[in-house]
Design a binder for this molecule. Structure first.
Ligand SMILES: [Zn+2]
Ligand SMILES: [Zn+2]
Length: 386
């Protein structure tokens, strides 16, 4: 076990030094394959850089050959690292600032532990190493390639390092955990003219500002205040000169929701609002709305199971319930739409250097926690397949 602990840290550092962005994780995928193969785990590539490993338990008593999957995301971020560690990123402008190097090392560690213990369980464990979580689409691609089939996955557990929790503590969340992530763009096509004669044109900037306000009123006046919704206009561009009426304004933004019903209701309300403002001004517009990711709702039964295993394995005081969901997105949600899913947090904060939040240029983690995560996942598998 001590060897595995060392190996996990070694793997994490190797991945950390050579971060790769979404769908470019060639070096990382190779390292994952080598590590799994050395332990006798069969691997397969399901996309350019997406790797899946399958471990068969050798115990004869079968219980219908259940299969549990663990998912790690493997991509890094386009960010210049500002830590000065031995294992700091060697690639300029790229960094593992979300801790996916840690997530990957944890799932590999669990694979090493379970491979050593394959004689004591029956059923199958699938290890999913998913590219491109940060810009979304990685999970969807693997699901389309059949990652949840052959053998069919009966439950899927993910683990993400978390610098807001003390090192080695497990965070569990019942119900909604992450929001749906949608994106929209709007182009208002007004009519130019002299800035001194606004009545002779159709000022796209005035119309746009009405729309920005009206979108906020959807949240505050058309949705149940107990249901969280965020509509953010992130970019707005328009106009040529201080004394010319803006002919066109373009804006883009994001919508976040936790409730699936409201998730589907928002684009309809936005369309209605935009249409009515634009038609009252007599201007044309182009509105585009796309769903990028669904909300993540953990399976209650699976959370309960993982929480129990965590308490038993690590002690009650090391398991903490997360009381609020995040309005951020996490594409683990895609798997949880097809199989019961549970995303766990692993605390990695042991002081100032490891307290920086995700995506911070000084983000780092307490490596001692990684083995705790690996151990927990391996016990989850053993208990699930019992
Ligand atoms: Zn991230
Ligand atoms: Zn992440």
């Amino acid at each position: 076990m001590e060897d595995i602990e060392k190996k996990i840290i070694e793997i994490r550092r190797k991945i950390h030094q050579y971060p790769e962005l979404g769908n470019e994780e060639y070096r990382t995928a190779k390292l994952i394959e080598q590590t799994l193969k050395q332990s006798g785990i069969v691997t397969k590539r399901l996309s350019k850089t997406g790797v899946v490993g399958l471990l068969n338990g050798k115990r004869k008593i079968t219980n219908g050959e259940r299969c549990i999957a663990f998912r790690a995301d493997i991509d890094a971020l386009p960010l210049e690292e500002k830590t000065h560690k031995l294992y700091t990123s060697k690639v300029r402008g790229k960094m593992h600032a979300c801790g996916h190097d840690g997530n990957t090392a944890i799932v590999l560690g669990a694979a090493l532990i379970l491979a050593e213990g394959k004689n004591i369980f029956s059923g199958k464990v699938k290890f999913i190493f998913q590219p491109n979580e940060e810009s979304s689409g990685g999970a969807e691609e693997l699901i389309k390639a059949g990652v949840l089939d052959n053998p069919k996955v009966n439950a899927i557990v993910g683990i993400h390092v978390n610098s807001h929790l003390p090192s080695g503590k497990i965070g569990v969340r019942y119900g909604e955990m992450f929001a749906a992530v949608d994106r929209f763009s709007l182009k208002i096509i007004g009519e130019g003219g002299h800035g001194a004669a606004p009545h002779e044109g159709k000022d796209a900037i005035t119309i746009a500002s009405q729309i920005v306000q009206a979108l906020q009123n959807i949240v505050s006046r058309q949705i149940d205040p107990l249901e969280p919704v965020v509509i953010t206009v992130g970019t707005i561009k328009g106009g040529e000169r201080f004394n010319i009426l803006a002919q066109e304004v373009e804006m883009t933004g994001t919508v976040r929701t936790l409730n699936e019903k409201i998730h589907l209701q928002i684009p309809k309300l936005m369309k209605k609002t935009i249409k009515s403002i634009c038609s009252s001004w007599g201007v044309k517009y182009k509105f585009n709305y796309e769903i990028i990711g669904y909300p993540l709702t953990n399976s209650e039964k699976l959370v309960e199971f993982c929480e129990e295993v965590a308490k038993k394995t690590l002690g009650e005081k090391n398991v903490q319930r997360i009381d609020k969901p995040s309005m951020g997105g996490e594409d683990f949600a895609e798997y949880a739409r097809y199989a019961p899913g549970c995303l766990l947090y692993l605390g990695t904060n042991s002081g100032k250097a490891t307290a920086y939040t995700w995506h911070h240029p000084k983000f780092d983690l307490d490596e001692k926690a990684l083995f705790v995560g690996a151990k927990l996942l391996s016990v989850i598998a053993l208990d699930y397949l019992r």
